[in-house]
Design a protein around this ligand. Structure first.
Ligand SMILES: Nc1ncnc2c1ncn2[C@@H]1O[C@H](COP(=O)(O)OP(=O)(O)OP(=O)(O)O)[C@@H](O)[C@H]1O
Ligand SMILES: [Mg+2]
Length: 252
């Protein structure tokens, strides 16, 4: 059976991509799925959030063919959850691949051979629409867009949707938006509710019912190298990612 291939993408920085990849992945693993996380961001935040080692060969080495995906797997504090790390070398990929033929398909070509070993492969994209993100879109089936409920949230969403549409038309017909998930949500502010209303009007059924609340335990967990189901399973943040995982299982 082929893996479900999901990416979290939003070129806006700090909207909860990495937090969502780690904790969605952790809950899917806890529910018995075999899950591989892939850190495509040169910041390596996802890698450290699951106690990974950014110095080991990771996504960069896999993409350029210096090692195989199988050689790059690292274990994590969660059973069934594995990770391929990210490091600063990824920042140079745009330039390194610029003269290569089919440069959009390096990631897909590198991962196709391990597809059958996983139930889910979930990738964390960098905050840009550069070649690394395009490689992720050429490989994936599903895009989840995390959105922070703040004033400029909608800005950039059109460009992201257009980019996904163009990739689908020209490079990867299997690509679909699985949904938009609100992150760092606070019920207290009118602004947050206005953003939710606006986005829900345009993208109605694509919006996940689960909203991820702003929760300090979610921001603490990465510094301990632990997903939220291990760090504090009773927190509101943990409950929300568990519920998102259930929704994702139903949608894919
Ligand atoms: N629901 C939440 N509640 C509280 N803090 C959160 C929540 N989600 C994310 N954070 C914190 O907000 C910051 C940004 O989150 P995160 O790193 O997941 O975003 P990102 O989109 O991956 O950022 P980048 O674009 O830089 O890769 C981090 O410090 C993270 O711990
Ligand atoms: Mg990130």
């Amino acid at each position: 059976m082929a893996a479900k291939r999901i990416i979290f993408a939003n070129q806006k920085g700090g909207v909860g991509k990495t937090t969502s990849v780690v904790n969605l992945g952790a809950y899917l693993a806890q529910m018995g799925k075999k899950v591989l996380l892939l850190d495509l961001d040169s910041q390596g935040n996802m890698t450290s959030a699951v106690s990974g080692d950014s110095r080991k060969p990771g996504a960069y080495e896999v993409i350029i063919g210096k090692c195989t995906a199988r050689e790059a797997y690292q274990t994590t504090p969660v059973k069934n959850l594995y990770a391929i790390g990210g490091n600063i070398n990824l920042a140079g990929l745009n330039v390194e691949l610029v003269n290569e033929l089919a440069r959009e398909f390096f990631l897909k070509n590198a991962l196709d051979s391990v597809d059958n070993e996983w139930d889910y492969i979930i990738a964390d994209c960098p905050p840009s629409l550069g070649l690394v993100t395009i490689n992720a879109m050429c490989w994936a089936q599903h895009v989840i867009i995390p959105m922070q409920c703040e004033y400029f949230a909608m800005e950039g969403l059109n460009l992201l949707m257009r980019t996904i549409g163009n990739v689908k038309k020209q490079l990867n017909p299997h690509l679909e938006v699985l949904g938009i998930v609100f992150t760092m949500y606070t019920t207290r502010t009118r602004l947050a509710n206005d953003v939710v209303d606006d986005v829900s009007t345009y993208f109605s059924e694509q919006v996940f019912n689960t909203r991820i609340p702003r929760n300090v335990r979610l921001s603490e967990a990465p510094s301990h190298g632990l997903p939220i189901n291990v760090y504090d399973a009773s927190s509101a943040g943990a409950k929300s990612y568990e519920s998102l995982a259930e929704e994702v299982l139903k949608r894919v």
